[in-house]
Design a binder for this molecule. Structure first.
Ligand code: G1P
Length: 279
């Protein structure tokens, strides 16, 4: 069983400045819900109840979002506006949220290692809230699909999708042996390769299931691309001595770390969720 999900949320969100000067990028709303809440809901649908956040300076709003605002609830009690707080209140009532700080920015691998105290010694999920994922109609979300695979194979799994070959420099990129439809056993992984060095056009997106031995590997992983400790490098080591899978998920991903992806996601949710619910 995957019981915990880690959210590395310490990044600065420089691409959204000045919006992210005093506000965490993870709190930016897609229509009327913060990006990070969609991630928590996706993990909740996958059966996860325990959430760990690796935060940093200026990220207090995330903690406040996943806490009860008694004053606000008191103010709007009886006005009919309580409805707007229902989704977050339900999450708060049924889940557990804990927080730790990454006080130096040393990469995604370092952020995940910082979350070790919140995770312990079990396999866990990681969601990068920037990658906003929507399921196909009436189908499982991306993390739920991955949890099912984990229950079958019991090893680390990364979500992948095909990207245009001239975009490989934005992602971790894998090479793998196909096992069954959409599932590969990883043979190579490179963090943000230029297109002539990319082993394929299969890019890792921000959904991982990691077995806990990844922490010891991360502890000895030297800084890689950009001088940062990369989860991609640690996973390659894990793949060499065991098994790491890559799964071409069903659904759609929006890169909400970019303005274009963020606007596309906003339009998508407005048309397909918000307006439909209003009708
Ligand atoms: C991180 C990972 C990268 C992955 C990407 C997915 O990069 O390092 O391997 O492909 O997330 O969004 P970042 O976008 O944080 O630079």
């Amino acid at each position: 069983m995957i019981k915990k999900c880690l959210f590395p949320v310490a990044g600065y969100g420089t691409r959204f400045l000045p919006a992210t000067k005093a506000m965490p990028k993870e709190i930016l709303p897609i229509v009327n819900k913060p990006l990070v809440q969609y991630g928590v809901e996706e993990a909740s649908e996958a059966g996860i109840q325990d959430f760990g956040f690796v935060t940093g300076r200026g990220k207090r709003a995330i903690e406040d979002h996943f806490d009860i605002s008694y004053e606000l609830e008191h103010q709007i009690a009886g006005t009919g506006k309580e409805e707007h707080l229902k989704s977050i209140r339900t999450l708060i009532n049924n889940h557990h949220f804990s927080f730790t700080r990454q006080n130096e920015m040393k990469g995604l691998g370092h952020a995940i290692l910082t979350g070790r105290t919140l995770i312990g010694d079990n396999a866990f999920a990681v969601i990068l809230a920037d990658d906003f994922c929507v399921a196909e109609k009436n189908q499982d979300g991306v993390l739920a699909q991955m949890v099912k695979l984990y229950n079958q194979f019991r090893c680390s799994i990364v979500a992948i999708e095909e990207v245009p070959i001239d975009e490989t420099h934005k992602y971790g990129v894998i090479a793998g042996e196909p096992m069954k439809d959409g599932l590969y056993r990883i043979t190579d992984m490179v963090e943000k390769p230029p297109k002539d060095k990319a082993p394929s056009n299969l890019a890792i997106i921000g959904r991982y299931i990691l077995t806990p031995d990844i922490f010891d590997i991360l502890e000895r992983t030297a800084p890689g691309k950009g001088g940062e400790i990369q989860i991609t490098d640690a996973l390659l080591e894990q793949a060499k001595s065991g098994c790491v899978l890559a799964y071409q998920f069903k659904g759609r991903r929006f890169d909400c770390g970019s303005i274009d992806g963020f606007v596309e996601a906003t339009n998508y949710v407005y048309e397909n969720v918000y307006r439909k619910n209003k009708k």
